[in-house]
Write a protein that binds this ligand. Structure first.
Ligand code: AGP
Length: 352
């Protein structure tokens, strides 16, 4: 069926806007099913001893967030495998393979699954895809069609679904207490509202920043801890839409090489995350070289303001993703590039 973009200027704009509603729908189906690993039981899966997440691109960033929550809240041995580079993942007993793919048709993901004999859970927006058919269980995103080649609403939804899975696994092992789970469910429940507030807060600043930085040849992205996958995702969004060079690294890695890229005025996007103190060191290192720090985070000290919970949750500053999507889209419009169909890219990459 053809999809209508209504009054939105492009599908990407429409899909960025749809994120609070998509997150709400998904959370309504997931919250209340996490205690004791209920979600796994509902999916017909046993409690895994370890988890292997396999994905590409943006879906890989959502997988990184999921892995962190599994590690922090459940101490579950977890590995994120880039689907096109599966050699390092050796078969280990008791592993659940979680394939994350919005399209469910990514050839590298499907090929990687042929290597392991483990049960497969698909996290996908395409319940009738090749991946969904191949998987033993499917956790659907229910986002509706995503037309823009740059994944936006499916990224947010993959994070929500992955976090819910991680919390269910952690609760099932008993490592995540009922009280902590209840607290985290409450924080998740507030996510749609925070995403909507972030979109409203960041829209104007994202447009201004895009105007200022449109002439820049490249942008560096940094964060720390749980913010790193969002720095990587913001960088991927910017490069695929604007064709600018990007470098995305944990802030602590700057001094090991990437700091050489910085000169007077180099834009350095900082995704605010805990621990703030150590991130502040990274910002100071960059500004000392003349870089222009662009902070994405709570309004007090941010160029791109978000609405974040007062205490950083284990899945990190997810709200920053929407601010960075808006920024990437605005810069694309200013550069006169096609927003929904960037050059050289396909929505589903069906070749290995
Ligand atoms: C996202 O903006 C990209 N277009 C791309 O990295 C994408 O996430 C990747 O190709 C994986 O696609 P999938 O989620 O359909 O497997």
């Amino acid at each position: 069926a053809s999809v209508d973009r209504g009054s939105a200027p492009d599908f990407t704009a429409k899909e960025i806007d749809e994120q609070p509603a998509a997150a709400r729908r998904l959370l309504d189906g997931l919250l209340g099913r996490l205690q004791g690993g209920q979600l796994l039981e509902d999916l017909g899966l046993g409690a895994p001893a370890r988890i292997r997440l396999v994905a590409c691109g943006t879906s890989g960033h959502a997988a990184e967030v999921t892995a962190r929550v599994l590690a922090v809240e459940g101490a579950i041995p977890t590995r994120v495998v880039t689907a096109s580079e599966p050699d390092l993942a050796v078969p280990e007993p008791g592993t659940l393979t979680v394939a994350v793919s919005q399209s469910g048709e990514t050839a590298d993901v499907l090929a990687a699954l042929d290597r392991w004999g483990d049960p497969v859970l698909a996290i996908t927006n395409a319940p009738r895809s090749s991946l969904a058919r191949r998987a033993d269980a499917v956790l659907g995103l229910g986002c509706g069609p995503e037309v823009g080649v740059a994944a936006t609403k499916t990224f947010t939804a993959q994070v929500v679904a992955g976090v819910a899975l991680a919390l269910a696994v952690a609760s099932g092992t008993g490592r995540l207490s009922a009280a902590r789970l209840a607290h985290l469910e409450e924080v998740l429940d507030g996510l749609p509202m925070r995403l909507a507030t972030t979109a409203a807060r960041a829209a104007g600043p994202a447009a201004d920043l895009a105007e200022e930085l449109a002439g820049e040849p490249g942008v560096v992205f940094v964060s720390r801890g749980a913010g790193v996958p969002y720095a990587r995702e913001g960088a991927l969004k910017l490069e695929e839409l604007t064709y600018r060079w990007v470098e995305a690294v944990p802030a602590g890695e700057l001094k090991h090489g990437p700091i050489a890229l910085l000169g007077p005025g180099t834009p350095a996007v900082v995704v605010a995350a805990k621990p703030r103190g150590r991130l502040a060191v990274g910002i100071a290192e960059m500004t000392a070289r003349g870089a222009r720090a662009v902070v994405v985070g709570p309004p007090e000290d941010a160029t791109l303001p978000t609405c974040a919970p007062s205490e950083e949750p284990p899945w990190g500053p997810l709200e920053a993703a929407i601010a960075l999507q808006l920024f990437a889209r605005e810069m694309t419009v200013r550069l006169g590039h096609e927003v929904d169909r960037p050059r050289n890219l396909a929505k589903s990459v069906t070749v290995e």
